[in-house]
Design a binder for this molecule. Structure first.
Ligand code: YSA
Length: 464
């Protein structure tokens, strides 16, 4: 599989070999050079952490709440953090919040989440678990050179916090654990403060959230000897509560937190979630092509930062790439490598091939590329497109087709817009309303026609 990765590299990077240093060091704190780690906690513990990383493989966990049926590209940064742990010889643990998802983390939120039912949480949980496994598998298959690094990657462990709360008695928990949580520090968390000051205030349910994340850490410390927790910087308060709990309950043990920067776009919107338009890891919500294009569109000012965060390309190679890129920015070499590596990680070899095929079909005027896609791929690519089934009739004209596909409200509109050049069949402008529909020209060999009105209104015609 690794051969694939090499095959896909641009000539500049062909034979690109990952520097051994990047993968054999165990000291995760070196990831700061790539822009990981907004902070470590406690901030005086760097040397101790370094020693632990050197001494033995460490378990490191990060949690994901099943508040949606897919993870998004913001969460992917935390997954990258876990993958770096794995590459450095440590043991990654992904926690899925079957219990905490029912409560709702107030961190970084201005209002309380709508409560999700248990069955929704269960469905989301399974989807997220599958995604995590898929990304780790894609990483091992496509981005990890087993021949070069003989040591095996520690497997990903997935745990669900519903499992340890299921049999816990409420009274026992409050009586025994509750007394170790101090109200003063819990109230001081910024996630609590900002909400207490807001008009709607904060519910008791949300206020308790930090208790559960703190107890999870204690549980994982006891069960899996997990002394490290990682999360976006919005998780800092929850990490601190966990640290405080463990220092009271297990005074001989020490635990450490690592927070990653919250990635935002140029406008400061949370990465991948701007204008309610999240970029998801689920191919049915964001196609491999759309994910690829999301990274291809990154402005030059952002691309170096993102290459460091979202790919495993060693830093000297990133620097070399950026030097090349600045000479010919219009070629978008840096964006291409970024888009390739992220798509490979999230969707694997087939996903990347599909994204490249669709890119060729759409942007290089290559109709053959479009014909190679199946209906499902076309649907994924043109999300929001209307699907129509049409029975072919001899002599059918462009105007007939446009009207049967309900591309226009009236025939007058159709004639006006088609004549004016606003109608496309298979990405080619068609201005003659009387043109007769022909196989091979208007109907692709996959039995589909792609109609477009203006820039963005797509219709997928399945010929019956
Ligand atoms: C963690 C530990 C537990 O023991 C129990 C639950 C949790 C889940 C945690 N409280 C939470 O709600 N996480 S999350 O589902 O909202 O997001 C998962 C991770 O992605 C978090 O670490 C979050 O900070 C991170 N994240 C989300 N958007 C991000 C981002 N990281 C960087 N940039 C972004 N744009």
């Amino acid at each position: 599989m690794f051969a694939l990765r090499v095959k896909l590299l641009r000539p500049l990077f062909s034979g690109r070999s990952y520097s051994k240093r990047t993968f054999t060091h165990r000291n995760l704190l070196e990831l700061s050079d790539r822009g990981f780690f907004q902070s470590i906690f406690p901030d005086t513990a760097a040397q101790k952490m370094k020693n632990l990383f050197k001494t033995a493989p460490q378990s490191i966990y990060a949690g994901f709440d099943p508040t949606a049926d897919s993870l998004h590209v913001g969460n992917l940064l935390v997954i990258m953090g876990l993958l770096h742990c794995q590459r450095a010889g440590h043991k990654p643990i992904a926690l899925v919040g079957g219990a905490t998802g029912l409560i709702g983390d107030p961190s970084g939120r201005k209002t309380e989440r709508n409560q999700l039912g248990e069955s929704v949480i269960e469905t989301n949980l399974q989807a997220i678990e599958q995604q995590l496994r898929k990304v780790f598998k894609n990483h091992e298959d496509c981005l990890w050179d087993t021949k070069k690094y003989s040591s095996k990657l520690e497997p990903l462990r997935i745990v669900n916090n519903a499992d340890w709360y299921a049999n816990l008695s409420l009274i026992d928990f409050v009586a025994n654990m509750g007394r170790h949580f101090r109200m003063g520090s819990m109230l001081s968390r910024s996630s609590v403060q900002s909400r207490l000051e807001s008009e709607d205030g904060m519910s008791f349910t949300e206020f308790t959230y930090q208790i559960f994340q703190a107890y999870d850490w204690l549980h994982l410390l006891r069960k899996h000897n997990c002394s490290f927790q990682m999360g976006g910087s919005d998780q800092m308060g929850n990490l601190m509560t966990g640290h405080e709990l463990i220092s009271r309950v297990e005074p001989k043990r020490e635990v450490f937190g690592m927070t990653l920067p919250i990635v935002t776009n140029e406008e400061g919107d949370k990465f991948g979630k701007s204008a309610g338009n999240a970029v998801w890891l689920d191919e049915n919500k964001t196609s491999p092509f759309a994910l690829y294009q999301f990274f291809m569109r990154m402005p030059d000012s952002e691309v170096e930062k993102l290459l460091k965060l979202f790919t495993f390309i060693p830093l000297p190679e990133v620097e070399q790439l950026m030097r090349e890129h600045s000479k010919e920015p219009e070629k978008r070499k840096a964006q291409t490598l970024l888009a390739e590596d992220v798509t490979l990680l999230v969707h694997g070899e087939n996903g990347l091939k599909q994204a490249e095929r669709v890119t060729n079909a759409l942007y290089k005027g290559n109709v053959d590329g479009l014909a190679e896609l199946n209906v499902m791929e076309i649907k994924q690519t043109f999300q929001g497109a209307t699907m129509v089934d049409i029975l072919p009739e001899p002599g059918m004209s462009i105007l007939d087709l446009a009207m049967k596909a309900k591309c226009f409200p009236t025939e007058t509109d159709a004639v006006r817009i088609i004549n004016a050049g606003g109608f496309y069949v298979n990405q080619k402008r068609v201005q003659n309303i009387a043109e007769v529909i022909t196989t091979g020209v208007h109907v692709l060999r996959n039995g589909v026609s792609l109609l477009r009105v203006g820039k963005r209104n797509f219709y997928i015609v399945r010929w019956q």
